[in-house]
Write a protein that binds this ligand. Structure first.
Ligand code: G3H
Length: 503
């Protein structure tokens, strides 16, 4: 159970503690932040409302712990990460339980998130040992006008303090996707969890604590974004921000200092369906891509652009599958569970009502109880409807019928987002040409968009983000290149003769 056994020390009465200086602490604010259970709409957990002074204190600790961590051998950093991964996987139950309770993720998917996170940490440890253990060697005479008198050695060095801000929908996985690369690269890490998802994050941080990382190297600060959000992101001690979430990321990037940013923001992932596509495959992928975790994934299928000639048949197939989706509590592994908050549910409802007023075809009756919205397929959506452009982050999938592939590509490219997209066709040549034409960070051919496997590069164009993720790219983003140039008094060549006479 969450907050018991191995995890008992992270709880103070009914309020979860924050983590600083290698210890679990109660905030001097005396205040807490309530976390609502999206399904019951009652307070499920409470976390500390940390103060700006407490942020200052963890930043000082992070700066000093990083200096010795950078001198810790790479193999040793990897060893500790492997240990944290094992502890995490051995203790998946309490984390999965808190994911169910605070973000209404179905129970099975919650376990998968924790296991996937352990695997990510281990992969990151191995990849870090490989890519950080090697550098480049350059010779000057490859550039015009130079003799071979300069040897240039490059290596990757840490940035310093990395601030990680994961989103509510993957609080554990998208936290470790930032923490593990930061640590293996020799950085220290300050984590600000999302409010919904904070308790899962605190359990995950305790696994790193139990693994034995040095004091101060990792901190986890909870609290209200309105009180400590800007203070954290604009803090002078922060040398890199890795953020996943909504358009808050755009304002963070405008306010942040001259530091590397890794931002994964929204998406309006288009699914282009050609007339030669395997429609059963497309229908299964629309269900998986559009409705898993009730559509609350930045990579969800958020608009289907289908050729008119096959649209009726596809809509019938998807409708039949939607009818089989179960709706209910996350504890029962329902396919569709409550969305994260009442304001999200209201936003989704606004998009649905706008589509209704403008004449979209409802393939199911619209139904909502509290934060629970039944899965909905909207056919005959037109570009003048909000749902054609805005991301519902809920279990609603719009279908726009197109008369040419160009129309589909143009719709995809007219979006301010550019995260992923997908194309379904049996013609691989067409698929590649369409992929090249789509202005998105990734295009999936014959499958729904998805971030994983977690070592694949993952990036958004336009308002969908800055920088690339995936284990290797994250490690690289959280380092900078350092070069040392050895200047020789005279050109020198391997196996060359006569060097004595040139000295
Ligand atoms: O919500 C954003 C996540 O990065 C999506 O990850 O494709 O594994 O669901 P996913």
């Amino acid at each position: 159970m969450a907050g018991t056994g191995l995890f008992a020390e992270i709880l103070d009465g009914e309020v979860y503690k924050y983590y600083a200086d290698g210890e679990w602490k109660t905030s001097s604010s005396g205040k807490s932040v309530a976390i609502m259970n999206p399904a019951t709409r009652k307070t499920q957990y409470k976390v500390q409302a940390c103060t700006q002074e407490e942020v200052n204190a963890v930043m000082e600790l992070a700066k000093s712990a990083q200096k010795s961590w950078a001198k810790t051998p790479l193999w040793k950093r990897a060893e500790l990460l492997h240990k944290a991964a094992a502890i995490l996987k051995d203790n998946k139950a309490p984390m999965a339980e808190s994911l169910v309770k605070e973000i209404a993720k179905p129970a099975k998917d919650s376990v998968t998130e924790v296991v996937r996170s352990g695997d990510l940490i281990s992969y990151c440890a191995e990849e870090g040992v490989r890519i950080l253990g090697e550098g480049k060697f350059l010779l000057s005479d490859s550039f015009p006008g130079n003799d071979r008198t300069k040897y240039c050695l490059t290596s990757k060095i840490p940035l310093g303090v990395v601030l990680a801000i994961p989103p509510f929908n993957y609080p554990v996985n998208l936290a470790v996707s930032k923490i593990a690369p930061a640590l293996i690269a020799g950085n220290s890490l300050v984590l600000k969890p999302p409010t919904q998802g904070a308790v899962s994050c605190l359990h995950m941080v305790h696994c790193f604590h139990l693994a034995g990382f040095p004091k101060g190297l990792i901190s986890c600060i909870t609290g209200k974004g309105s009180e400590i959000g800007d203070f954290l992101t604009m803090h002078p001690a922060v040398n890199c921000i890795s953020f996943t979430g909504g358009d808050t990321g755009i304002s963070i990037s405008k306010k942040a200092g001259m530091i590397p940013l890794q931002m994964e923001l929204g998406g309006k992932d288009a699914c282009i369906v050609l007339d030669d596509a395997d429609l059963d495959l497309v229908a299964s992928n629309i269900i998986k891509g559009g409705f898993s975790y009730s559509g609350q994934r930045c990579t969800a299928v958020k608009v289907v652009l289908v050729m008119e000639s096959v649209a009726d048949e596809l809509v019938e197939k998807v409708k039949a599958k939607v009818a089989k989706l179960t709706v209910g509590p996350p504890e029962e592994n329902s396919d569709i569970t409550a969305v994260v908050s009442e304001s999200s549910a209201n936003f989704i409802e606004g998009l649905v009502m706008d589509a209704k007023e403008k004449g979209a075809t409802f393939c199911q009756e619209y139904k909502r109880e509290g934060n629970l919205i039944w899965p909905l397929l909207l056919d005959n959506v037109r570009p003048d409807m909000r749902i054609a452009w805005e991301e519902p982050f809920g279990p609603v999938v719009p279908v726009l019928r197109i008369n040419s592939v160009e129309e589909g590509i143009n719709h995809c490219n007219a979006s301010n987002f550019g995260l992923q997209g997908c194309v379904f066709t049996k013609d691989i040549n067409k698929a590649i040409l369409i992929s090249d034409a789509m202005e998105t960070g990734t295009v999936q051919i014959n499958s729904a968009p998805a971030r994983g496997p977690d070592h694949f590069p993952f990036q958004g164009l336009k308002d969908s983000g800055i920088g690339s993720q995936g284990v290797t790219n994250s490690i690289n983003l959280m380092t900078k290149v350092k070069t040392t140039v050895i200047n020789l008094p005279t050109p020198s060549y391997s196996m060359g003769d006569g060097f004595i006479s040139r000295l």
